[in-house]
Ligand binder design. Structure first.
Ligand SMILES: NC(=O)c1ccc[n+]([C@@H]2O[C@H](COP(=O)([O-])OP(=O)(O)OC[C@H]3O[C@@H](n4cnc5c(N)ncnc54)[C@H](OP(=O)(O)O)[C@@H]3O)[C@@H](O)[C@H]2O)c1
Length: 278
């Protein structure tokens, strides 16, 4: 059962990682310990989550060798620009207590500020120095990617976007696939809530003897998407990882695809600019 995927630069990335947005410094050690115990080796943070230091500390104390871990962090919007990007990257590296980052993403394109190209060029320089092993973006729509790909010397390996059964970005995933860029689904579980009571999902879950969150995560993986579900709870962290002993059949994948309502739960990347999110 596939647990990793080969990125367009030949590097292997786990298909399932722990998202740590909103995991507090106090909760981090227990969450990381539970994740490592369950089998996770990938962790997704960001400057904006203000927990890079506690994640780095918890990973160090886990005793897992650095080369077995896959750490993603992100350039915050307000740090875009060539020199600012280098400064922000070094700050993230120091907070995490690492000497390289596996995957560094531009968090949002911030199109009105028009700095994502030069930010990416700074990332390319850090990539050349070996401080970043893979480059990527987040919340990029097709037109942002087209603009970036026209000048990028190093192709982004992933585009991390909002993706869950109610907001299905199939067209963007197809465009990314054509460019050899993988999609990572953020909010893969739509932060829980009503989705877990959906009758279609519940009946598929019963059929496979799995929980609704497990079915949703498997739907992502069987559709070629990397997933980074967040949980602070050790049981749910283990539950979310326990999805590598089954696969969904095509009919069930399609049944989940039809739940799409094209409803973003968060802002459209075209209207998020520097200073907009606090
Ligand atoms: N690039 C971006 O702009 C962006 C934006 C948002 C998120 N992200 C990344 O994506 C990650 C995940 O997204 P997210 O945090 O927005 O949402 P999510 O992973 O879809 O959902 C997390 C919520 O679901 C609950 N949950 C998790 N597993 C569960 C289970 N098995 N059963 C019941 N409830 C469960 C969690 O509660 P408990 O913690 O209490 O278990 C939490 O409230 C983030 O942590 C972050 O790394 C990136």
């Amino acid at each position: 059962m596939t647990k990793t995927v080969t990125l367009n630069n030949g590097i292997e990335m786990p298909m399932l990682g722990l998202g740590v947005y909103k995991i507090t410094d106090e909760e981090m050690q227990d969450a990381v310990d539970a994740a490592i115990k369950a089998g996770y080796r990938a962790f997704d943070t960001a400057h904006f989550y203000f927990n890079e230091a506690s994640l780095g500390k918890a990973l160090k104390s886990s005793g897992v060798p650095r080369e077995s871990l896959f750490v993603t962090t992100k350039l915050w919007n307000d740090d875009q620009g060539y020199e600012n990007t280098k400064k922000a990257f070094n700050d993230s590296l120091e907070k995490l207590g690492l000497d390289y980052i596996d995957l560094y993403l531009i968090h949002w394109p911030c199109p009105d500020n028009d700095l994502f190209i030069e930010s990416y060029q700074a990332m390319e320089a850090l990539y050349a120095e070996g401080k970043i092993k893979s480059l990527g973006v987040a919340n990029f729509k097709q037109h942002h990617l087209e603009k970036l790909l026209a000048v990028a010397k190093v192709k982004p390996v992933v585009n991390q976007i909002e993706y869950h059964p109610i907001f299905n970005q199939k067209d963007l995933q197809a465009y990314c696939k054509a460019q050899d860029i993988l999609v990572t689904a953020w909010s893969p579980l739509m932060r829980g809530g009503d989705l877990f009571n959906n009758e279609v999902l519940q009946s598929i879950a019963e059929q496979y003897n799995k929980t609704v969150p497990q079915i949703i995560l498997r739907w992502h993986i069987d559709s070629g998407r990397i997933v980074i579900p967040k949980s602070r709870n050790p049981e749910r962290i283990a539950e979310n990882y326990d999805i590598f002993d089954f696969e969904l059949n095509e009919a069930d994948i399609q049944a989940i695809d039809t739940l799409n309502k094209n409803e973003r739960q968060f802002k459209d990347p075209d209207v998020v600019n520097m200073g907009d999110l606090k």
